[in-house]
Design a protein around this ligand. Structure first.
Ligand code: URA
Length: 214
């Protein structure tokens, strides 16, 4: 696969097909499946995680393991449908034993995330964890900036903790939920987010007024 192929890619599907063939770094040899991403090609909201894990590698789909289950729960609580957003990762292949991505892998894979963002042109980018944060805001600390939206051009960025962090540290669950409710508020500024009170989670369902964002 060459950069020319990527430049000629017209659609998110074209980019995904190129990612599935990629052998540009050693992860291309050790993976079972590349994981380009999943969701709506029309999405206005893009979630970016770290890297595929075991189940993602087996299925070729992002966030289908335990972190994915928590992501689904959080999306549900925020009234956001997984089918209406697009979910991908900073790197598209699983590092052996789920080790942290290496800089050379991140740098080699950057072209794919760049291309996906160019094609999707999302209004809101939600970064999950420190690797996706670092991609856009080098040197920032997730513990300092999580949950605080920032504007760059006509795009909003919202850094969040990675769901896996909340699995390892259950004390972060409420923080993560609050931050997911911020997504709902950004999607629909008129929504009355219900904090951690699950009985109010319906109140953050997208209203017709902001359907253009979805
Ligand atoms: N963690 C990630 O960052 N991405 C996945 O797809 C799964 C777990």
């Amino acid at each position: 696969m060459t950069l020319t192929d990527l430049k000629n890619a017209d659609t998110m599907g074209d980019v995904a097909a190129i990612i599935r063939q990629c052998r540009d770094c050693p992860l291309g040899e050790s993976r079972t499946n590349a994981v380009p991403g999943a969701g709506s090609d029309q999405a206005s909201v893009l979630f970016i995680g770290e890297a595929p894990g075991l189940k993602e590698d087996q299925q070729g789909v992002p966030f289908v393991g335990s972190a994915g289950n928590l992501l689904n729960t959080m999306l549900d609580r925020a009234g956001i449908s997984r089918e209406n957003v697009f979910i991908t990762n900073t790197i598209k292949c699983r590092p052996p034993n789920n080790r942290d991505p290496e800089q050379v892998e991140i740098d080699t894979c950057k072209k794919y995330l760049r291309s996906q963002i160019a094609k999707l042109n999302p209004k809101l980018v939600v970064t999950l964890g420190r690797f996706a944060l670092e991609y856009f805001f080098p040197g920032e600390r997730i513990s300092r900036v999580h949950g605080a939206p920032r504007q760059l051009g006509d795009r909003t960025y919202l850094p969040l903790y990675h769901p896996a962090a909340a699995l390892h540290n259950p004390g972060l669950r409420d923080t993560l939920l609050e931050d997911f409710l911020t997504i709902a508020k950004l999607i629909n500024p008129l929504s009355v987010a219900g904090g951690t009170d699950s009985s109010k989670s319906n109140s953050v369902k997208p209203r017709p007024k902001q359907l253009d964002l979805f």
